[in-house]
Write a protein that binds this ligand. Structure first.
Ligand code: PHB
Length: 388
């Protein structure tokens, strides 16, 4: 009797042991998506998630042999809540990887935590220099850009167009400050062209009237701007309503991305620089756009591409270690030598883990940002302050 019991116990022990081993072979890979789902950047967060899920679906929902489970968290583009939010994902939800975010201030707070925790982090938008600068780390990667990159390209374009006196207008926070700095570096090289006034308002304020009145009074040769999401739609409408479209040419970065459903009539002909154009005529981009439109009944934008590529980058790392994220060096090495086959065109990562990529000059035509030409080829962020 005792022996039978012992045998039964041993059997059930070994059974549960073998189940445990089986389960351990492929526990779910938990991915924390920390993105804005409310506020001025809500549409950007949704596009990033859509792109991310599209690539996952193309992989059958698995990476490195592990089924992927997504945990979503709305960060509200609020830097003050960002440290608590990422700690919740790591400590409460036990995510294996974090993907986020859109807002530079939020993403910097995330990078500080991810760096300490050693958990893989992929930034699918936020351009803060520090993320691939003094906060760079072997486990932190970006699928998007630094704020410097598209801004520098636009500075160069506007210098070549011969604008001498330029006013800038943006939100006062890391991304706004860095886009203006990058723009000035491109514009003022050679000493012929100058930023004569830098106008700002706090993020995510969209009361532009007083600043537009100032622009009308200054009468610059041109205006350079960075706004995004809901704020960009409002800016484009207000700039047109103030009558400025006819008198002062408007250029920028991100203002016409994800905004054309709402602001196409007031955006026609606006030129911007970015690492993606809607009409890139490659099989990779055409197939991506078809699949995205079929899945979501929406047209993709640069944010969707960045989300898609964040998933491609994650797949590269996770597949290289066959799902075993404790192999940190191999995960990092795989991404460092990867060539990501993006709808934007293939890119590699710089020493500080930021995309080295072409920047296109685009022009709004209907509801698309159409390619005018490549403005700067294979532009790499200098990664100032990154030591690893
Ligand atoms: C940023 O905060 O880094 C940021 C936000 C929205 C954009 C681009 C950059 O479209």
């Amino acid at each position: 009797m005792i022996r039978t019991f012992a045998l039964a116990a041993a059997c059930s022990l070994s059974l549960s042991f073998s189940f445990a081993v089986h389960a351990q072979q492929a526990p779910k890979l938990k991915v924390g998506l920390m993105l804005p789902y409310t506020g001025t950047f809500a549409q950007l967060g949704n596009a990033i998630e859509n792109g991310f899920r599209l690539h996952l679906a193309e992989q059958g929902g698995k990476l490195g042999g592990r089924e992927v489970e997504i945990v979503r968290l709305d960060d509200e583009s609020d830097p003050a809540k960002a440290t608590d939010n990422i700690n919740k994902l790591i400590n409460r939800d036990k995510v294996d990887v974090v993907v986020g975010s859109v807002h530079s201030g939020v993403a910097m707070a995330m990078a500080r935590v991810a760096r300490e925790a050693g958990i893989p982090m992929i930034v699918p938008n936020a351009g803060a220099a520090a993320i691939t600068g003094n906060l760079c780390a072997p486990n932190i990667f970006r699928s998007s850009f630094t704020n410097w990159q598209p801004a520098y390209a636009m500075g160069q374009v506007m210098r070549e167009k011969g604008y001498k006196r330029v006013v800038t207008i943006t939100w006062k926070y890391a991304a706004g400050d860095e886009t203006v700095a990058g723009f000035k570096e491109g514009l003022e090289a050679g000493g012929q062209s100058k930023v004569i006034r830098e106008l700002n308002l706090p993020f995510p304020n969209s009361e532009f009237q007083a600043l537009l009145t100032e622009i009308a009074a200054i009468k610059p040769d041109a205006v350079y701007t960075f706004f995004s999401g809901g704020g960009a739609v409002k800016f484009l409408q207000d700039y047109a309503a103030a009558g400025l479209r006819k008198s002062i040419p408007l250029y920028g970065v991100f203002i016409t991305d994800g905004t054309l459903e709402a602001a196409a009539p007031v955006s026609q002909g606006i030129e911007t620089t970015l690492h993606y154009s809607d009409d890139l005529n490659t099989p990779r981009n055409r197939n991506f756009r078809l699949a995205y439109a079929k899945t979501y009944k929406l047209q993709p934008d640069v944010f969707a591409v960045q989300g898609y590529d964040a998933a491609q980058m994650l797949a590269t790392g996770v597949n290289a270690v066959k799902g075993d994220l404790s192999k940190k060096d191999a995960f990092t090495a795989a991404l460092r030598s990867a060539r990501i086959d993006s709808p934007r065109g293939a890119f590699t990562l710089s020493r500080s883990h930021n995309p080295v990529q072409d920047f296109y000059l685009r022009k709004v035509d209907g509801k698309e940002n159409k390619t005018v030409r490549v403005a700067v080829k294979a532009l790499a962020d200098p990664g100032r302050g990154c030591r690893m």
